[in-house]
Design a protein. Structure first.
Length: 259
């Protein structure tokens, strides 16, 4: 039903709000616009990356006084997030607080995902802190998204802070989080911190991938620490870590600086 309705809405050429109202009214004449049905409709529109239509659906729901709850706000926020409209996504979820709804893991995740796509690392970190303070359950996906936002926005200190928050929450650490944080350090020119994080990974027996090694080697090379860069490259080869183009390029550049 939802897929059929979405296809119908997509066929409307440059539709005005009245067109949507007519289409939705016709569609729901035999189906009550219940919470589950409207939520699935909004979720389908989010997957199709059509926040414009999802927004009009919510407007229609308001007009016909259909029940709108947290799941609807989250679905609309996801639709915005998938098209990198992080400001609209956060604006949508701010309505949750105004309506005295309690945000959950899914809604927070949608907001942080929007921040990641918009490289709004300060907002992502604020949201993550709100989650911790409100004792809302977090997971690795949320932490990784927040760290990724820091990488895109250049906030390496905050990326490291989020990594520490993961450790404090006793969450099982993963290579993706460390790799992203090391990438943020590389971007910020913090080769010592990158090497420190790599050491923590090895001590904690977190699997080291080529992306992690490449980022650390590149961080050293860019900082002019060619000795450290070459030493790390050799160690990774000895440990049979398959190097990629980035790692080889950084190693070659380090050799050139060495003369």
């Amino acid at each position: 039903f939802e897929d059929e309705l979405v296809s119908k809405l997509l066929l409307l050429s440059a539709p005005q709000i009245v067109d949507f109202c007519c289409a939705l009214k016709d569609a729901f004449c035999e189906h009550a616009p219940g919470v589950r049905t409207t939520f699935r409709l909004l979720t389908t529109l989010a997957k199709r990356k059509r926040p414009d239509i999802a927004e009009r659906v919510v407007e229609w729901m308001t007009d016909v006084t259909a029940e709108i709850d947290l799941c609807h706000h989250t679905a609309l926020s996801n639709a915005y997030a998938k098209t990198s409209k992080w400001a609209k996504a956060l604006e949508t979820l701010s309505a949750v607080a105004q309506a005295n709804m309690q945000m959950d893991t899914i809604s927070f995740s949608a907001a942080i995902s929007a921040c990641e796509k918009g490289a709004e690392w300060t907002k992502a970190l604020d949201l993550l802190r709100q989650m911790v303070q409100a004792t809302v359950q977090t997971d690795a996906i949320i932490y990784n998204a927040a760290i990724s936002a820091c990488v895109k926005g250049g906030g390496w200190k905050n990326a490291v802070e989020i990594l520490s928050m993961m450790v404090d929450s006793q969450m099982q650490m993963n290579s993706r989080a460390y790799s992203a944080a090391i990438g943020a350090c590389k971007k910020g020119g913090e080769w010592l911190k990158a090497m420190e994080l790599l050491g923590v990974m090895l001590q904690g027996k977190v699997q080291v991938h080529v992306i992690t090694c490449s980022a650390a080697i590149s961080a050293c090379q860019k900082a002019g620490e060619w000795v450290t860069a070459l030493q790390l490259f050799r160690e990774m080869e000895e440990d049979q870590v398959e190097m990629d183009t980035i790692a080889y390029s950084a190693a070659i550049s380090a050799c050139e600086k060495r003369g």
